[in-house]
Structure formats: structure tokens, C-alpha cells
Design a protein around this ligand. Structure first.
Ligand code: DOR
Ligand code: ZN
Length: 447
């Protein structure tokens, strides 16, 4: 196959080359040839050819919660939005805390997968060195520590259920878990990701949460700053690579940058929702907008945007976290499930944000090269160069897209970017040189 006549993304800018694909890989980039009617030729004139996007932060709910999502609907939404690789979070059922669970999940999702996929492992307070080693050998893409989640010991119940964590899970990982297993974690070579909201700063609000202001008061930005600083200190002192996911606040960002300046090996992710929205959007969106961490103030949004644009934040992932309508609309607000879908709008929302700042192509590394490097997938993924997988997205820079629930492939169609308009449209997507289809997605191990 040859993708001919398009403008192809390179880190130095758009290049007028044809992309020659052979056996799912990019074979060569050749100067534009004369258009011809050869059947293996895809006419990309007028289009941009971008590397398939990587969403390193999705909650696919499979196995365990098909009423929210499964790997088929997750990856259908992903590829519809130009995301050809997803890294799936471990709060499925059972939580991915052991190699045999990871293997079983891998087998379960394979026939449904339309996108290539890596799997996150779950750290628990009871995790052992052996489990960490085995998960590393099984190909876990990273280890996730949900610092902010608690389990009611008396009943064994999860007090806050982040999208349906296994109620039998023991108390989630603490800073101490990370410190205890630091050596084995470091030896796996993959990052430890922290849901950075310090559990003891989050006021365990017993009162009713009725308004968005109540929610904000119960989960302040200081919780993020404290957890980020703690993880930075652990990374620094224990030689651990730490990835801070879904950074949502100016204070959290400042803590991360201070730790990094002091030598902590930190990489940083934020999400489209924190770049596009503020607390003021609650009046329009309602409980659809409830997610942890919370969408915060306009100052937080502006600080995150500026940091991303100047290169201080490495990547953008969505924290795609679908729930049923019934779960999202529960009253009072404190009982509504936290999390919203987003994988389908990752690429276009980032291109639009960067366009508004002057250069749409500045967004490509946020969703391609940078996550590929963080997760050991570069240069197989995240770049268009000979030898890389032919994961390609054809984007039309002259056609607009308006986000509409009815166009969403996720089982939960109501996302927080509903109604946003992007100055781009996705025209075609290739996964290793072919149109994505169920069962074509492959399991990815970090290199
Ligand atoms: O809002 C959230 N939803 N935050 C999380 O960390 C988990 C996620 C989920 O799985 O639903
Ligand atoms: Zn998440």
C-alpha cells in the first residue's frame, strides 16, 4: 500500500512524501510520485498524514463492567478518533494485581480489540516483590498506584468505587507500598503511575455533596500538590521512574516542576478536560463533568495549557472512564460515579488547542512520540519513519468536526467536550497498514 500525495508529519514539519507500507510497517518515505490509478494507492492529496495517536490512560472496563464499556466499544471509539494504541487501566474485575490476571485479561479482550493495546498493572498494599516481577515479565506497561482510594475495613467495601474496583480489593497502595517495592518496580523498567490525590488531605466529607462547590471543597488542589511532591521525593530518593497522570491543578504542576528541577525522574500527563474546561462549565454539563481529580478553576486551566505548550507537560491522555447514565446521574452529586468518556476526542481536541495557540502540529508529540517514549513503545509507535508500525491517521485540515453524542462509539456517549468544534476532521485510520477491525489489535509489551 502507498499513501500518496499527503503531507506527512515529521518533527521538523510537514513533508511532501508518499508513505510506502509493507507487511504492516512503514517501508520508506518517497518524494511525491505522479498520481496514478494503481489500486494499492490511497489518495491523500489535501490531507495530513499523522502517526496514530496513543491514549496512555483509558478505563476500558473489560472484564467486569460491560454495562459501562467493553474492549470492543472502547477501541471502536479509539480508532474513530485516530487513536490506534490504548493503554488500559487495571481497575477491571478482578484488579490486575498478578500476572495470571493480566494474562486472563489479555486473552479476554483480544478478539474484541480494534486497536493495539498495553495493560497497566495494579499496585495494592499487599502486593509482593514476586508479583511485581511477574507482572513485569508478563509485559505490564506500567504500575498504577491509586493513592486516593480507601476501602472500608469493617465491611471490606470500597468506600469510593472508582468505576467499579473489585470490592474484595485490599486497601490500595500507599507511599509506603511504593517505597517497599521500589527496587523490584525499578527493575521492571516501566514507570510507576500515581493517581496523585493525597488521601489524608482529601477531607473525608461526611456531609452531603449537593453542589460542584461542595465537591471542590472536598477534593482540593492541595491534595494533588502534596501527593505529587511525595511521589517526586520517592522517585528521587529511590531511583524510580514516576509518571504523574491526569495533572489537574496549578499547585500540582508547580510541585511536579519543583521536584523535577531537584532531579526527580518524573513524566507528566494532563487530560483534555483540564485543558478545555473549568468549574464554570458545571452549570452547562452537570454531573457528566464529575471526575477525579476534579476539573478546577480557570487559573488551573491556564497554568496547565501554558505548561503543555512550553513543553513542561509531556503527554495528554484522556482518562476515558465511562459509566452508565444511571450511575452518572445519581443524586445527590456525591453519589454520582466519577469519570467520563473521552478517547474519541483526544487527537482532534489536542490539534485544536495547539491550533488556537498558533501551531496545530505542536500537539502531535503530546499524543504520539512522548507517550511512546515514556512507555517503551518508541520507535515502533508514535512516529512515521521506516521500520515503524504503519499506524496512520489521515486528517483533513479543511473540514470541521463538532463533538456530538450520537457520533460517539463508546457505550457512554455523553462526554464533557460535547458541542466543542474542531477545525479538523479524521478521514481515515490505518492500524499496521490496514483498516482497524475487531481482533486485529495486538497486545504490546514495552521494549
Ligand atoms: O474519575 C475517575 N474515574 N477517576 C479515576 O481515577 C478512576 C476513574 C474510573 O475508573 O471511573
Ligand atoms: Zn484514570
Amino acid at each position: 500500500m502507498i499513501i500518496a500525495g499527503g503531507k506527512v508529519y515529521t518533527p521538523a514539519g510537514l513533508s511532501e512524501v508518499d508513505v510506502h507500507v509493507n507487511e504492516g510497517r512503514i517501508q520508506s518515505l518517497e518524494p511525491w510520485a505522479e498520481p496514478s490509478a494503481r489500486p494499492e494507492l490511497v489518495d491523500a492529496r489535501g490531507l495530513w498524514v499523522l502517526p496514530g495517536a496513543i491514549d496512555a490512560h483509558v478505563h476500558g472496563r473489560d472484564p467486569g463492567f460491560p454495562e459501562k464499556e467493553d474492549f470492543g466499544s472502547l477501541t471502536a471509539a479509539a480508532v474513530a478518533g485516530g487513536v490506534t494504541t490504548v493503554l488500559d487501566m487495571p481497575n477491571t474485575l478482578p484488579g490486575v494485581a498478578g500476572a495470571e490476571i493480566l494474562e486472563a485479561k489479555r486473552r479476554e479482550i483480544a478478539p474484541k480489540a480494534m486497536a493495539d493495546h498495553g495493560l497497566w498493572a495494579l499496585l495494592r498494599s499487599s502486593s509482593t516483590a514476586e508479583q511485581v516481577r511477574e507482572l513485569g515479565e508478563a509485559g505490564a506497561i506500567g504500575f498504577k498506584a491509586y493513592l486516593g482510594y480507601t476501602v472500608q475495613r469493617s465491611t471490606g467495601q470500597v468506600l469510593y468505587t472508582p468505576g467499579g474496583m473489585d470490592p474484595d480489593l485490599e486497601p490500595p497502595a500507599s507511599y509506603g507500598t511504593v517505597a517497599r517495592l521500589a527496587q523490584e518496580l525499578a527493575e521492571t523498567g516501566v514507570p510507576v503511575a500515581a493517581h496523585a490525590e493525597d488521601p489524608s488531605v482529601l477531607l473525608s466529607s461526611t456531609g452531603r455533596i449537593e453542589t460542584y462547590a461542595d465537591l471542590l471543597a472536598s477534593r482540593p488542589a492541595a491534595g494533588e500538590a502534596v501527593a505529587v511532591a511525595a511521589m517526586g521525593a520517592l522517585a528521587r530518593s529511590l531511583g524510580l521512574r514516576v509518571h504523574i497522570v491526569h495533572l489537574s491543578s496549578r499547585m500540582g504542576l508547580e510541585a511536579a516542576l519543583a521536584e523535577r528541577a531537584a532531579g526527580a525522574p518524573l513524566t507528566l500527563e494532563t487530560c483534555p478536560q483540564y485543558l478545555w474546561l473549568t468549574e464554570a462549565d458545571y452549570a452547562r454539563l452537570g454531573p457528566v463533568m464529575k471526575m477525579y481529580p476534579l476539573i478546577k478553576t480557570v487559573e488551573d486551566r491556564e497554568a496547565l495549557r501554558a505548561a503543555l505548550l512550553r513543553g513542561d507537560i509531556d503527554s495528554v491522555g484522556t482518562d476515558h472512564a465511562p459509566h452508565t447514565d444511571e450511575e452518572k446521574l445519581r443524586h445527590p452529586l456525591g453519589e454520582a460515579h466519577a469519570g467520563s468518556p473521552g478517547v474519541q476526542t483526544l487527537l482532534l481536541s489536542c490539534l485544536e488547542l495547539a491550533r488556537q495557540a498558533g501551531d496545530p502540529l505542536a500537539a502531535v508529540p503530546w499524543v504520539a512520540e512522548h507517550p511512546a517514549r515514556i512507555f517503551g513503545l518508541y520507535p515502533r509507535k508514535g512516529t512515521i519513519q521506516p521500520g515503524s508500525d504503519a499506524d496512520l491517521v489521515l486528517v483533513d485540515p479543511n473540514q470541521r468536526t463538532v463533538v456530538k453524542a450520537e457520533s460517539m462509539a463508546s457505550r457512554q456517549r455523553n462526554g464533557v467536550l460535547e458541542g466543542q468544534e474542531f477545525a479538523f476532521a479524521i478521514r481515515a485510520v490505518y492500524l499496521r497498514g490496514e483498516p482497524p477491525a475487531p481482533g486485529r489489535g495486538q497486545f504490546l509489551r514495552p521494549a
